[in-house]
Design a protein around this ligand. Structure first.
Ligand code: SF4
Length: 115
């Protein structure tokens, strides 16, 4: 697997059985932790867009304030796809809160004024 922690993108070699795993080719310990997390409890930051009514643009970019369980990403994106906000929306405004196991908040990443 490719380590996603830093731009070096080390190609990790991971072998495992039911009780343990071995990580090789990691240039630092963060790669070891990345592999452990990927194998046991993978998470990702969620980035997406949400529709806006009466705004200067039709969509606003959004992101989660912390990582989301990977197996919850699809259902959260589906919920965001069905959502329509009303302009104005401020950068940093929470548009959905306490989602999923990690209780993540989804926030706007730019300001959209009323048209
Ligand atoms: S193993 Fe370390 S150096 Fe390599 S990509 Fe991961 S964080 Fe970066």
């Amino acid at each position: 697997m490719v380590c996603l922690v830093c731009p070096k993108s080390c190609l990790l070699s991971v072998s495992c059985d039911q009780e343990s795993f071995i990580v090789e080719n990691n240039s630092c310990d963060r790669g070891l932790e990345f592999a452990r997390k990927e194998l046991t409890d993978p998470e990702r930051m969620l980035t997406s867009t949400v529709q806006i009514a009466f705004g200067e643009l039709p969509l606003v970019s959004v992101r989660s304030d912390r990582p989301v369980k990977k197996n919850e990403l699809e259902i959260l994106v589906e919920r965001l796809n069905k959502m329509i906000l009303t302009a104005p929306v401020q950068s940093g405004q929470i548009v959905m809160s306490a989602l999923g196991e990690n209780k993540v908040n989804i926030m706007a990443t730019r300001t959209i004024e009323k048209s």
